[in-house]
Design a binder for this molecule. Structure first.
Ligand SMILES: [Zn+2]
Ligand SMILES: [Zn+2]
Length: 297
């Protein structure tokens, strides 16, 4: 596998983006229309801890002629920080997928109360009821809170909120009571899907990868705007050496972040086919021989 320059590579599939059903700014329709306009053939919406976008997205994608792959991004707790795990081709109605979604919602309200108490001590008053209205159907998390604090003119930008009070280890930080990456990997497999480690270059090393591979991790998100070229290369090589698949995506949260807009990163058709072949194999492992398992891969 060769490392391709981002601009030289045809983005066939963007497999990482968020709608207003979690912490993105676009509706599923707006996001898919942008993808279609940019000639992207395959998309996965990977909202945090929810499949809600698919209620609308499946129909829109069909109308636009885009292939939509069911996806989710799950926040897990690892070594005192968070690790994001992507699940693709998962059956959202399965018991394992429900467990994946619910485990993270339960702790969010409680955690937000603790964060607001920290902020209060630091001199920033945020009203929980107002915040809940502001977050609406989206994820009750640090991103919504940061946006709300900017709206309330407590800070100028969301980046500033994270740098000063909300970032990992900062004075108002609280972790959500979360799954471990290993359990989340297992649940994705049980839900018939394949798992990929999201933007690993942000906070992970080779030794961490091996612990996840042992738990059954299928792929690595080598192509992401968070990675510099040398990091993309490093994670591609790590994936190849462990016989893993490669995923990629923009991590779009809205068109305001130009470096992360739809199509800013992704994979080509060859990598996408490899991913599909693995998904087929994973399904066969779940159900035994027969059906799609007999098709040539
Ligand atoms: Zn993420
Ligand atoms: Zn994301």
């Amino acid at each position: 596998m060769s490392v391709l320059k981002k601009d030289a590579m045809a983005i066939y599939a963007d497999l990482h983006m968020h709608t207003s059903c979690s912490d993105g700014l676009d509706s599923p329709q707006a996001l898919l229309e942008r993808a279609s306009g940019r000639g992207i053939s395959v998309v996965s919406i990977t909202d945090h801890d929810t499949f809600k976008a698919y209620e609308q997205a499946n129909k829109v994608a069909e109308d636009l002629g885009i292939e939509l792959i069911t996806g989710i991004e799950v926040s897990t707790f690892y070594k005192g920080g968070s690790v994001h795990l992507l699940g693709y081709f998962v059956d959202g109605d399965s018991a394992a997928a429900k467990k994946l979604v619910e485990s993270n919602h339960a702790g969010r309200l409680e955690r937000m109360e603790k964060i607001l108490a920290h902020l209060d001590r630091l001199g920033y008053q945020v009203d929980m009821d107002e915040l809940l209205v502001f977050a609406g159907e989206g994820t009750l998390g640090r991103v919504s809170l940061a946006r709300f604090m900017v709206k309330k003119k407590l800070f100028r930008t969301t980046e500033e909120v994270f740098q000063k009070v909300l970032g990992d280890g900062k004075s108002a930080y609280e972790a959500v009571d979360r799954l471990s990456p290993q359990v989340a990997i297992e649940l994705v497999a049980q839900a018939g899907g394949i798992s990929s480690l999201a933007h690993p270059g942000k906070n992970l090393e080779e030794a961490d990868l091996d612990a996840f591979v042992e738990a059954g991790l299928d792929a690595v998100e080598a192509y992401t705007p968070y990675h510099k070229d040398n990091e993309t290369k490093k994670w591609l090589e790590l994936a190849v050496s462990r016989h893993m698949a490669v995923t990629g995506g923009s991590d779009c949260h809205g068109s305001l972040w130009r470096n992360h807009d739809v199509g800013a990163a992704g994979i080509d058709i060859v990598m996408m086919e490899e991913l599909k072949a693995r998904a087929k194999l994973a399904t066969c492992g779940e159900t035994g021989a027969g059906g799609i398992c007999n098709e040539a891969t």
